[in-house]
Design a protein around this ligand. Sequence first.
Ligand SMILES: Nc1nc2c(c(=O)[nH]1)N[C@H]1C(S)=C(S)[C@@H](COP(=O)(O)O)O[C@H]1N2
Ligand SMILES: [Mo]
Length: 215
Amino acid sequence: MADEYKAKLVETKQAWARAGRLLTGRSGEHGVDRLPPGQRLVQNWPVLDLGIQPDIPKADWTLTVTGLVKTELSLDWDAFAAEPQVEMLSDIHCVTQWSRYDNRWTGVTTRHLAGMAGVSETATHVLLSSYDGYTTNLRLADFLDEDCLLAHSHDGDPITREHGGPVRLVVPRYYFWKSPKWLKRIEFASADKPGFWEDRGYHNVGDPWLEQRYG
Ligand SMILES: Nc1nc2c(c(=O)[nH]1)N[C@H]1C(S)=C(S)[C@@H](COP(=O)(O)O)O[C@H]1N2
Ligand SMILES: [Mo]
């Protein structure tokens, strides 16, 4: 079991290294900075949310996977923790202009979860809802990028309540508002639907390399 787990971690690290090579193409190799335009690097980890930080003990947490799937899922903590776990290293870019490098996340990949549910070919978007009422939207392909995961740990420790524990989504290639904390529900849909910030003037896609902050 332990060997299997290790093999999976190694596989993921290799996958990340391949993806990282592409990303770091932006950092150094081609003389382009690792820091997206308009960002500044921080060493701390700021907390940003709507001001409600729901307290969801693992025993009360459930993740619903619904919409255009062959099998709807309702995963409690034990079911989630029993799925293959991976570790990924990625940078955070917040639209409020801070970036934080080398965050080590542990959890279940979005690809694995999508495979469990069997996403229909008609799905084009993913609508995400959280325990604080927050929502956000992603294009299906972006949600399925190989560096995306449903994370329960950061740098080896359980994600704290303020940072979205027990489980948050991590979508490293987009501004961090696309990474919902206290994740509750994932809906695969055939139409896009703007979420909380997208409804309030944030960009619908939110690519930091293109500085898609507002509008
Ligand atoms: N559920 C939920 N997720 C959320 C938010 C929120 O208010 N509620 N804020 C988003 C925004 S705007 C940012 S920048 C990041 C901040 O994550 P952090 O507090 O762990 O740094 O969470 C994102 N995910
Ligand atoms: Mo943000």
